[in-house]
Design a protein around this ligand. Structure first.
Ligand SMILES: [Zn+2]
Ligand SMILES: [Zn+2]
Length: 329
């Protein structure tokens, strides 16, 4: 069996899983699906396939459950573009992924869903960069819509995964220990972090210095990133903000595995209001208004993303929602 056949077979399986809308592990075990003869044939084929791919196939297929909410815009294509200086948008229509290029290799922030990996790869290539030059992987927080492709990208590139220490356990168990959405199984392929980050740590590569800002609440280890980029005419301070939205299951009075969630949100609002920056970006394109600020085909225009007012207004709205939820409890 050829590698492609294995991949399309895998696709058919996950399509069926999606149609059924239930968990693979519960109702669709590997043993039910194929006969032992096919299994032996596959085992033989495995010897011909690079080991990592086959391992990932089993690990993914058997362990993952369907994420609770998936939106169409999350895997819709969007043209990659240069945001400012050496910072590029390589994500999907709504799931923002950022590429920071340097002479010593690149940094990728967030991945979108697992199925978007090939899209991100071709976006990076379309901009003229090598995917294999990615050396560092970062994430604004460990939810399946932002780290779903991390395991595969880490395997392809061999890059070092760095995440806040408080999101590392959730990343390592595929989201199962997430305080709000966990407990049902893994929603994405687990990844073990190579470096644990803390508030105000700096991530360095090829002259870039990225300051890590711990903004907990949405997850225990949610982070924003602050750094400077420059082009021929000026430099820009960029904030990739993890906006403090509140998930439906979250009780601000305290969650069983996150008693301080309400307090953390309050501190995050206060900290985010004080930040100074020129360009504002975030984990979802819809949060910073990418599609209002830029149309496909637009020329390089970093100023389109200078929007302190929009940022302040959104923080204000989210804080109002927070205060309302505090009353509701
Ligand atoms: Zn999230
Ligand atoms: Zn999200």
């Amino acid at each position: 069996m050829h590698y492609d056949t294995v991949i399309s077979w895998k696709a058919t399986l996950s399509e069926k899983r999606l149609k059924r809308g239930d968990s693979w592990q519960k109702n669709y075990t590997f043993a039910h699906f194929i006969t032992m003869r096919t299994f032996r044939r596959l085992q033989l084929t495995a010897a011909l396939i690079p080991g990592l791919l086959f391992t990932s196939f089993f690990a993914t297929g058997q362990k993952l459950i369907k994420p609770p909410n998936v939106q169409e815009s999350w895997s819709q294509a969007y043209e990659p573009f240069r945001i400012a200086g050496n910072l590029y948008y390589v994500g999907t229509y709504d799931l923002a992924c950022y590429l920071i290029t340097t002479p010593q290799g690149h940094i990728l922030i967030n991945t979108g869903l697992a199925e978007s990996v090939s899209m991100i790869q071709s976006n990076v290539k379309a901009l003229g960069f090598n995917f294999s030059d990615i050396k560092i992987l970062l994430a604004t927080h460990a939810h399946y819509d932002h780290v779903g492709g991390m395991a595969e990208i880490k395997k392809i590139t061999g890059a070092a995964m760095m995440i806040h220490e408080k999101d590392a356990p959730v990343l390592a168990d595929g989201g199962n220990s997430d305080y709000a959405m966990g407990g049902q199984g893994s929603t994405f392929e687990p990844v073990r972090a190579d470096r644990l980050l803390h508030d105000e740590d700096t991530v360095r590569l090829g002259g870039m210095q990225i300051i890590v800002l711990h903004h907990p609440g949405h997850t225990k280890g949610a982070c924003s990133f602050l750094f400077d980029v420059k082009d021929d005419s000026r430099s820009y301070r960029v904030l990739i903000a993890n906006m403090p939205t509140i998930l439906d299951p979250t009780k601000l009075s305290g969650m069983p595995t996150y008693p301080d969630v309400g307090k953390d949100y309050a501190n995050t609002f206060a900290a985010m209001k004080k930040l100074q920056f020129d360009i504002w970006l975030s984990s979802h394109a819809s949060q910073f208004g990418l599609h209002q600020k830029r149309k496909p085909g637009d020329a390089y225009h970093p100023e389109a993303f200078i929007d302190r007012k929009g940022y302040d207004a959104m923080i204000e709205d989210l804080q109002k929602a927070y205060l309302k939820r505090l009353e509701d409890k």
